[in-house]
Every structure is written in structure tokens, then in C-alpha cells.
Design a protein around this ligand. Structure first.
Ligand SMILES: Nc1ncnc2c1ncn2[C@@H]1O[C@H](COP(=O)(O)OP(=O)(O)O)[C@@H](O)[C@H]1O
Ligand SMILES: [Mg+2]
Length: 603
């Protein structure tokens, strides 16, 4: 067969395959054009998941008649003044979107250039252009796309449900809106407006935080840690969610580079790495981060949809991101997400889970309120349904005065232990419930990591080496990791075919059942090996330390003395990341006294 040049309409249809993958990509291209045109408000309508009508209206600069005619031509753009691809400041630059959309749908563009007396309209139906004609429009541009993919039935078959396509459109609008907080957006589906975002004026310190709340939820806004860092000409700004706000996938990672929302593997992976062991396996944080760098430091011309990028200095970007996130998370210290306590309170107020039947000794619970609360757990100890603290001691009175100081700490003064599992503490204006195992586990883990970083984990020799029977595979896995484990304070040797002998353990761990730890370590190590041969060593070490901490920490079910409890609280306050345990669960919840009063109708 002889070579032939393809007709323009076919070329456009082929390009459309990459540029407009689904209705949400049309929405993206049209919003980007409106943003590039300097719009201050953008209204979007999408019916039937975008397969009915997509209509995007803006109040931007508009186009005059000749520009309008050119706009639907292939590779015609107003955004590359010279032929330089290394200084792209606009979202578009390829001149492909409008002709591609016109090739696979019924497209109409109405526009009025700023200051012009007349508005014009042009239509393209499956690649067939109609002549320009005058129309009525007060300003800006309106682009209407009907029957998307009707000209390419093969593509139409790949569309997901109307609901899924609508959701993808809403997500796209949110991503763009987040990156452009000074533009007003609205999204409607033909029946109602589903999203309305007012502009957030720039210049405020929390520029965009209000919008962030609208998009990622008020929970996020409440628990977002500000992130701000720079390195050379690269700056990073935004908000990162506390690790306890994790999600099952990366859908709540909102990342923008130079105002362009991206779904970049490098960035997403880096974010995950920065949270590291603060998140449970396979979970993702919520965050919105905006990276700004000189345009020649990043290549946006990697993919026709422009959602992928290439950085000139990926390592620089990576370390800026990791440093900034670690810093923000470190500053959060023991904070856990407020939404957890909120959810707990809401459950308490639900009538079906309220305390019924009421226990006969109800009166002693009044100690929870106001001033009286100070004595709760001590004076009432005898009848209280709580485990007593240590035996009442002669210096209990003395402790009460120390108490006042303890209560001034963020996690307050320990008042009681419930079920030998939870510590109840009281601050000046809240009640704090601590999961003693979860909290201690994080503390031990952070101590282990610290001593590992500071030159090594101190070991303690077992008086009698302990032989641990496992299966052959587990014994082999552990034996092959013996050198690695020794650096972490655990000295083992193979013992026969299916056992190992433990000679030394990290002294930080105190007394604990060694056998359980070894079993867990063996299955962890095996799992990690099969998962990915190239797992980062550091990640693997962290994981071993975390497993050790889990075994070497105060278990649920151990009775603690008041001194032990207060010591635990004070150490939590001083330890980074102590708001969640190594499995990403919270270590404590805080119930505001005001909320508790509300529960009882006192407010
Ligand atoms: N909403 C709009 N307002 C003003 N001009 C627009 C608008 N949409 C498109 N244009 C013009 O049409 C041209 C072609 O648009 P498009 O095909 O998306 O390519 P690109 O955005 O890559 O330039 C743009 O360069 C711009 O000049
Ligand atoms: Mg464009």
C-alpha cells in the first residue's frame, strides 16, 4: 500500500483519542481555556454524565471573529507567542483541544471579544465546520459540546456509568478550582447546582483554606497542617491532613504544579513516603499542595492531556516535598484528628446507643461535670465502675496538688484507668481518653528509631538464650535476615531446620514474649520480600522496628499506676507523631468539656 497523508478530520479524531478520553477531559480542556482567557467566573453544566451536553461559560477575554474561526483549526493557538516551549505559563499551548472535540461531537462556540460590539458563533459537527455567524452574548465565551463521541461509537462503548462520569467531572472541576482559588466556579447537572465555589481573595495567609474546606470537607480544613517551604527557586505551599485522616486511595491527593493540577506518580509516591509509617499499609493521606517553580524547570509537554510532567531536578523536588511534609507532621506532635472525637460524640448523642438502662449508681457519674470533675476517680473510686488506680497511698493529697499542674498539660492529668486499657485524663477544658497500648507502642517505636539513628540500638543479653520453634520457612527467612536484625538489636542464630535461638534483644523493649515477635517478624519479612524485591531497606527496617515496638510495649490489660499514666501522657506530648500508633490508629481522643455539657443539656 502506498503512503498517504491523512485528511485533517481523521487526524483530529486520532488526536481526540488522547486529548479527550472521557467527558471529564472535555470539561478540563474547556475550563483550562477559560482560565487562560483570564476569567474570574466559570460556570459548568454537564448533563447525562457529560454525554448529553457540556457547556462551559466564562467572563474572560473572548475572541474576535478571526480568532474564533482559527480556534477550531488544528495546532492553532494564541498561547505560544514565540516558538519557545520552555517558558509555558498558560495551561494550554498545543492548540489541539477544540479541533479534537469538534471532530468527535457537536461543538458550538459563542464568543465576544472584550470591547467588541458584536458576538460571533462557530459550529463544528463531527469535523464539519459551519460558517461564522453573529450571535447574542454579553461578553466572554460559551462553549457547548453535545453528543460527545457520537462520531466515534467505539469510544462511546468505553464510557462508564453516568454516575461515574459525573463524579469524574466533579473531581476535575474541584482539582482546577483548588489550584485557582481566586476564580468563582459553579457546576450544575441540569437539575441542580451541585457545586458552588466563591472566589477566595488572594493575599490572605490562609488563601484557599476556605475553598479547601469546601472541596476536601470541613474535617480536612479543621485538621490541615500548613505546609510552606522553599528550596532555591522552588516553593511549596498548601495544607497536609493529619495522618489519622487517611483514605483508601490517592483520590484525595490534590497536587498542582505552577497552577496546573497533576496526577504525577513521582509526587504521589513522594507524599506517601513522607508520611511513611504514620499511615497504615496501603492508605493515603489527604492533602492539597501547590508547587511553584520556574517554567523551564519542568516539562509539561509529556502527555497530550498535560497531567504528567517531567522535572529537571526530580531529586530536588522530592527532598523539598519530604522535608516540608515531615516538618509539618513533626510539628503536629501528638495531635490526632478532631473529627474522630466529633464522630464519637455524635454516636453518644444518638438515642439508640445512649446509656440505657441507667445504672442505679448513676449519681457518681456527675463527677464528670465542671469543678466536681476534679475529684472524679479518686474520691469516688470505691463505687466507680472504673478500675482503681494504685492502692490509695498516703501521699494522695500531695498528688492532688501536683495534679493541678498536670492538668495544665495538653493531655492533662491522669484520673483513672478503664478496663485496664484506657487512661482517662482531664485537662482544663476537656476529657482525654488514651489507648495505652496504641500510645505506648508509638513511643517505643519512636525511641527505637531515635536510638537507631543515634548510632545503634542497645542490646540486652538474655540470661538463658531462648529457642523458638517455627516452621522451616519462617526459620530460613529470619536466619537470612539475621545481619539486618542484629543492627536493630535482635541477635538470633539458626537452630536446627525449623528453629532459631534468640541471644539478645533490644533493651528498650523490656520483658516480652519473644516467640510472638519472631513469628510476626518472619511473616512480615516474607510478605515484604514477595511484595517487591526492591523494597527500600529503610522502609523494611522501619517495619521491623514497628513490629518490635508492638510486642515490646504495654499491652491492653495491664494495670498502670497514676505515676506511670502521667509519665505516659507527658512522653506523648514530647514525642513526634504520637497522635497515632504504628498502625495509623489514633492513640487518644479528646472530648471537649463544652461538648460533654451539651450532651447533658447543660448548654
Ligand atoms: N474560553 C476561551 N476564551 C478565549 N479564547 C479561547 C477560549 N477557548 C479557546 N480559546 C482560543 O482558542 C485557542 C485554541 O484553543 P485550544 O484548542 O484549547 O488550544 P490551546 O488552549 O492549547 O491554545 C486558544 O489558544 C485561545 O486563543
Ligand atoms: Mg486549550
Amino acid at each position: 500500500m502506498a503512503i498517504r497523508e491523512l485528511p485533517p478530520n481523521l487526524v483530529n479524531r486520532i488526536a481526540a483519542g488522547e486529548v479527550v478520553e472521557r467527558p471529564a477531559s472535555v470539561v478540563k480542556e474547556l475550563i483550562e481555556n477559560a482560565i487562560d482567557a483570564g476569567a474570574s467566573r466559570i460556570d459548568i453544566l454537564a448533563t447525562a454524565g457529560g454525554l448529553g451536553v457540556i457547556c462551559v461559560t466564562d467572563d474572560g477575554a473572548g475572541m474576535d471573529a478571526s480568532d474564533l474561526a482559527l480556534s477550531v483549526e488544528r495546532h492553532a493557538t494564541s498561547k505560544l507567542a514565540d516558538d519557545d516551549l520552555s517558558h509555558i505559563l498558560t495551561l494550554g499551548f498545543r492548540g489541539e483541544a477544540l479541533p479534537s472535540i469538534g471532530a468527535v461531537a457537536r461543538l458550538a462556540i459563542l464568543s465576544r471579544a472584550r470591547g467588541a460590539a458584536e458576538a460571533y458563533e462557530i459550529a463544528v459537527d463531527a469535523g464539519k465546520k459551519s460558517a461564522l455567524k453573529p450571535t447574542a452574548l454579553s461578553g466572554g465565551t460559551r462553549v457547548e459540546v453535545r453528543d460527545l463521541f457520537y462520531a466515534t461509537p467505539a469510544r462511546l462503548k468505553f464510557m462508564k456509568s453516568e454516575r461515574a462520569e459525573s463524579a469524574a467531572i466533579a473531581d476535575m472541576v474541584k482539582r482546577l478550582a483548588l489550584a485557582k482559588p481566586d476564580i468563582a466556579f459553579s457546576l450544575a447537572n441540569g437539575e441542580r447546582t451541585t457545586l458552588r465555589l466563591d472566589p477566595c481573595p488572594p493575599g490572605l495567609i490562609d488563601h484557599g483554606l476556605a475553598r479547601l474546606g469546601r472541596i476536601l470537607g470541613e474535617d480536612f480544613a479543621k485538621d490541615a497542617l500548613p505546609v510552606r517551604a522553599s528550596r532555591g527557586k522552588i516553593t511549596l505551599e498548601g495544607f497536609a491532613g493529619l495522618p489519622t485522616l487517611h483514605r483508601p486511595n490517592a483520590s484525595q491527593l490534590y497536587l498542582a504544579v505552577n497552577g496546573r493540577p497533576v496526577r504525577d506518580k513521582l509526587l504521589a509516591g513522594t507524599v506517601r513516603a513522607a508520611y511513611g509509617d504514620l499511615l497504615p499499609q496501603g492508605r493515603y493521606p489527604m492533602l492539597a499542595l501547590f508547587l511553584t517553580l520556574p517554567p523551564d524547570e519542568v516539562d509539561v509537554n509529556v502527555h497530550p492531556a498535560k497531567t504528567e510532567l517531567r522535572f529537571r531536578d526530580p531529586n530536588g523536588v522530592r527532598s523539598l516535598l519530604i522535608g516540608a511534609l515531615r516538618d509539618a507532621l513533626g510539628k503536629a506532635g501528638h495531635r490526632a484528628t478532631a473529627s474522630l472525637s466529633q464522630a464519637a460524640l455524635e454516636r453518644m448523642t444518638r438515642p439508640d446507643v445512649s446509656i440505657a438502662p441507667q445504672p442505679p449508681s448513676f449519681t457518681h457519674r456527675q463527677g464528670f461535670y465542671g469543678r466536681e470533675a476534679r475529684s472524679f476517680g479518686f474520691a469516688e473510686r470505691a463505687q466507680a465502675p472504673l478500675s482503681p488506680l494504685a492502692e490509695p497511698s498516703a501521699d494522695m493529697r500531695g498528688m492532688r496538688t501536683d495534679d493541678r499542674q498536670e492538668a495544665a498539660y495538653p493531655l492533662g492529668a491522669a484520673r483513672a484507668q478503664v478496663q485496664d486499657t484506657f487512661i482517662i485524663a482531664e485537662t482544663e477544658d476537656a476529657l482525654v481518653i488514651v489507648d495505652q497500648h496504641a500510645a505506648h507502642e508509638r513511643l517505643v517505636y519512636e525511641r527505637l528509631k531515635r536510638s537507631f539513628a543515634n548510632g545503634g540500638i542497645a542490646r540486652q543479653m538474655l540470661l538463658i538464650p531462648e529457642v523458638v520453634e517455627l516452621d522451616a520457612e519462617a526459620a530460613a527467612t529470619l536466619s537470612s535476615a539475621a545481619a539486618e536484625l542484629e543492627r536493630l538489636g535482635l541477635v538470633i542464630e539458626p537452630f536446627g531446620a525449623s528453629a532459631v535461638v534468640v541471644r539478645e534483644v533490644p533493651s528498650l523493649l523490656g520483658m516480652f514474649p519473644v516467640k510472638d515477635l519472631l513469628k510476626d517478624l518472619a511473616s512480615d519479612l516474607a510478605e515484604r520480600e514477595s511484595e517487591e524485591g526492591t523494597r527500600l531497606i529503610a522502609d523494611r527496617l522501619d517495619h521491623v522496628l514497628s513490629t518490635m515496638a508492638c510486642h515490646g510495649s504495654v499491652r491492653a490489660g495491664r494495670r498502670l499506676t497514676p505515676e506511670e499514666m502521667n509519665a505516659l501522657l507527658r512522653e506523648m506530648e514530647a514525642t513526634p507523631h504520637s497522635g497515632q500508633c504504628n498502625h495509623g490508629r489514633p492513640t487518644y481522643v479528646e472530648l471537649q468539656l463544652a461538648d460533654i455539657e451539651r450532651l447533658f443539656g447543660r448548654r
